[in-house]
Design a protein around this ligand. Structure first.
Ligand code: FAS
Ligand code: PHB
Length: 389
């Protein structure tokens, strides 16, 4: 098979890149290890930056998001049983869109079906070849048969555990990593959210987040030790702990119900440099991971796609490859700023295992300062809503 861009991975970055390229007349083939049902079963991000909203609309996949998504003008920070609102729209003129990653992925799949895009599921043993040549190849197995794709470029959109990042030689690749000493236990429930906007809570017992997917579906998280196991948590135990960590007003308003999804996610910050090698370009979790405290993971994946799409479009339309040559540098500039923001929100809001009362006072004084400072709130707001592309 031949195509202009071979894309490894049918998560949000792979699907969005395929959608944008095909709409620009550039051919793609997407290779996905899992089934479509499995990809759509994953429960992940919930908040879209406004840049992501506009990019999805540009890709022709904004209709359901605009109909069912919930625009949010702000979010709340809570500590010591008090809370304050960061009015993102007032500080930045922009807003967020609460619309689950699962729905974004579903919309992308449907749009790809509509244009007859090629997405091959269930592939195994994907390998990338001749990356530094002008004729790179991808080989893979499907139902026991060997296959080959001849292409001009390869987009590694295969997530943290994919094959693309390791295809950049060890002596060229530098990886930066910070592992946080805790995880997030998340619950999805068909219950009305306890508040109209998201609440990020610092508490001596540990962090908590009250989020949502719709007016009838809530998404909640509590910080748990790295050693914890999801089977240690009954639904009742989760609800009781969440209530202890939220301000009383919201704890009292909390409607509990059976969890329809319950899982623990580890937290790490990770960056791979460079994000390109010859004809291979990494996007999204294949190149970087952030703790979800800043709601950046999915949004960073989509801004990578924006940069790579723009660069590929210029290359194929004009032959000018300068933007492609600068892709990694351009993307990493925005990525590191989001890595910093996600780290700062995680450090501000979580209870660290060796945390002292002094540390707790530092966290609470920073939150109190932010509650009283227009400048501090503007800084948080412009990072949360998404820095410019
Ligand atoms: P993805 O990992 O989504 O997609 C990669 C795709 O490549 C997968 O479908 C995988 O099956 C496929 N693949 C892997 N190896 C392959 C191979 N060898 N061959 C073919 N295909 C291969 N972000 C937020 O903003 N907010 C959150 O609350 C949040 N919560 C998260 C919770 C969890 C448990 C996880 C894991 C992530 C969370 N994230 C969150 C981050 C997440 O949303 C990612 O940023 C987002 O999925 C990145 O999208 P992709 O880069 O497309 O990678
Ligand atoms: C979610 O709704 O899943 C969510 C929202 C904001 C975050 C992390 C997760 O920062």
């Amino acid at each position: 098979m031949k195509t202009q861009v071979a894309i490894i991975g049918a998560g949000p970055s792979g699907l969005l890149l395929s959608q944008l390229l095909n709409r620009a007349g550039i051919s793609t083939i997407v290779l996905e290890r899992q089934s479509r049902e499995y990809v759509l079963s994953r429960i992940r991000a919930g908040v879209l930056e406004w840049g992501s909203v506009e990019l999805l609309r540009k890709a022709g996949v904004g209709t359901r998001m605009d109909a069912e998504g919930q625009p949010h003008d702000g979010f709340h920070l809570a500590y010591n049983n008090q809370e304050f609102r960061v009015d993102v729209h007032e500080h930045t003129g922009k807003r967020m869109m609460v619309y689950g990653q699962t729905e974004v992925t579903r919309d992308l799949y449907n749009a790809q079906d509509d244009i007859g895009a090629t997405i091959i599921h269930g592939v195994e043993n994907v390998k990338l070849h001749d990356l530094k040549s002008n004729a790179p190849r991808v080989t893979y197995e499907l139902d026991g048969e060997n296959h080959k794709i001849q292409c001009d470029f390869i987009a590694g959109c295969d997530g943290f555990h994919g094959v693309s990042r390791p295809s950049i030689p060890d002596d060229i690749r530098t990886e930066y990593e910070k592992i946080y000493p805790f995880g997030w236990l998340g619950v999805l429930s068909d219950t009305p959210p306890c508040a109209d906007e998201l609440i990020y809570a610092n508490h001596r017992r540990g962090f908590a987040l009250a989020s949502m997917r719709s007016p009838t579906r809530s998404r909640y998280y509590i910080q748990v030790p790295l050693t914890d196991k999801v089977e240690n948590w009954s639904d009742d135990a989760f609800w009781d702990e969440l209530k202890r960590r939220l301000p009383v007003e919201h704890a009292n308003a909390l409607v509990t119900g059976p969890s329809i999804e319950k899982s623990i996610a580890p937290l790490r910050s990770f960056v791979c440099e460079p994000m390109q090698h010859g004809t291979l370009f990494l996007c999204g979790d294949a190149a970087h991971i952030v703790p979800p405290t800043g709601a950046k993971g999915l949004n960073l994946a989509l801004s990578d796609v924006h940069y790579l799409f723009e660069a590929l479009q210029v290359h194929f339309n004009t032959g000018n490859s300068e933007q492609l040559a600068n892709y990694s540098k351009t993307a990493l500039d925005r990525i590191w700023k989001a890595i910093r923001f996600s780290w700062s929100m995680t450090t501000l809001l979580h209870r660290f295992p060796d945390q002292t009362d002094f540390d707790q006072h530092i966290q609470e004084s920073e939150l109190r300062y932010t509650a009283q400072s227009n400048a501090a709130q503007t800084s948080i707001a412009e990072n949360y809503v998404g820095l410019p592309y």
